[in-house]
Design a protein around this ligand. Structure first.
Ligand SMILES: *Cc1c(COP(=O)(O)O)cnc(C)c1O
Length: 391
């Protein structure tokens, strides 16, 4: 396919679809040729409020005129306001702000080390799950439980122990006097939207309580309303001690956060950790508006309602085609397992003007903006049926 722009000066680390995106609004994107796409990826679960949401655009405009950047050498009122809103609406007491998911994870890992050294007699290990994804920086990559992310980049950071996801026995067996923390995604996103057994997270919480170690939930993908509650842990009825956020946090602008309760939130002392850009005034204002909009504008209700509608349609499709395996998900984080290759399906959906993505090789992942309507779902479901009939 002919492209309008020259992409040859970019490093070769991505494999982008041949769509040159120019503009977005709500659940739709337009390419440079004016062709419209219904976006059921929302970035990678980032644009939870849809593209260029008017409240975010207004905040960006106003705040940019007011002040874009000031360092953490000074007090930043919008950062304090964001932290207040996040803490008032979660288990957390304290927040640290960074610029990406991986950086939020790095902060959580450093907190674990401090916790182990100061409160657990020098313990430094973090137990994480096989199949997990926590990011691409060295700490986050070492925490990640997927060989394909890590291969070729050793030596990695030591101190991570990986156990099968969803199996409480192996968590119990992995805990030793060296363990400082357990790090888990409440639902594994990059591993194909894998939901743990019903009592798993509760049982992990009990292990952490019994052993006096901290529980970290990576909610970078599941947070910000994605699963129908502001944070996924609420839906499971299990609060962590530390939680990482990013992706949808600032409505598409880059921001990561590490939240903690009082067990871990007071461990960093001045000089222990920092970020030049983290929690700047512009982005903090935008993130606060994103959080408040998610809570106050019916976004969570819509996510639950349309998510259930979508899921029941997908389950119907599953009954119609024998190569469709499990349909699983929560809210609008949904995976459809295909017992065949799936890359042609993504391409054929794209030809029909619908963007979906593929994860864990054969799982079609749907992470649309949380503001989609039933009519949007109908379009996607009918196209999916057509594509499945065609192949
Ligand atoms: C996307 C993601 C990350 C990494 O976030 P980046 O902003 O790309 O660094 C970490 N953990 C989970 C669960 C994610 O989905």
């Amino acid at each position: 396919m002919d492209l309008k722009y020259n992409y040859s000066h970019l490093m070769n680390n991505y494999l982008p679809a041949p769509i040159e995106v120019a503009r977005g609004e709500g659940a739709y994107l337009w390419d440079v040729n004016g062709r419209r796409y219904l976006d059921f990826t929302a970035g990678v679960a980032v644009a939870n409020l849809g593209h260029s949401h008017p409240k975010l655009v207004k905040t960006i405009r106003e705040e940019a005129q007011n002040l874009i950047h000031v360092s953490n050498l000074f007090r930043i009122p919008p950062q304090a306001e964001l932290a207040r809103v996040l803490c008032e609406n979660s288990f957390a007491d304290k927040c640290f702000f960074a610029n990406s998911g991986a950086e939020a994870i790095e902060a959580a890992i450093k907190l674990s080390r401090k916790f182990g050294i100061e409160k657990k007699g020098g313990a430094h290990e973090v137990i994480a799950a096989e199949g997990s994804f926590h990011g691409r920086t060295f700490g986050a990559m070492s925490a990640t439980g997927q060989a394909k992310i890590k291969d070729g980049f050793g030596p990695l950071v030591s101190g991570f122990v990986h156990v099968p996801y969803g199996d409480i026995r192996s968590v119990e067996e992995a805990v030793t006097e060296k363990t400082a923390a357990i790090l888990l995604e409440p639902i594994q996103g990059e591993n194909g939207v894998v939901i743990p057994p019903p009592d798993y997270l509760k049982e992990v919480r009990e292990v952490c309580n019994r052993e006096g170690i901290i529980l970290i939930f990576d909610e970078i993908q599941t947070g910000m309303g994605r699963t129908g509650t502001l944070f996924a842990y609420e839906g499971f009825g299990v609060a962590p001690d530390v939680m990482t956020l990013a992706k949808g946090l600032a409505g598409g602008l880059p921001m990561g956060a590490c939240l903690a309760n009082d067990r871990a939130g007071d461990l960093f002392k001045p000089g222990d950790h920092a970020s030049t850009f983290g929690g700047g005034p512009l982005i903090s204002s935008v993130a606060r508006v994103a959080v408040e909009t998610t809570i106050n504008d019916g976004v969570l209700e819509n996510c639950r309602e349309v998510g259930e509608y979508f899921m029941s349609d997908l389950r119907e499709i599953k009954g119609e085609f024998d190569f469709v395996g499990e349909v699983r998900g929560k809210g609008l984080m949904i995976g459809m397992v295909l017992e065949r290759g799936a890359s042609d399906i993504v391409k054929k959906m794209m030809e029909r003007g619908i963007l979906v993505n593929l994860t864990a090789k054969n799982v079609v992942r749907f992470t649309p903006p949380l503001i989609i309507t039933r009519a949007d779902v109908d379009i996607v479901v009918s196209a999916l049926r057509d594509v499945f009939l065609e192949i």
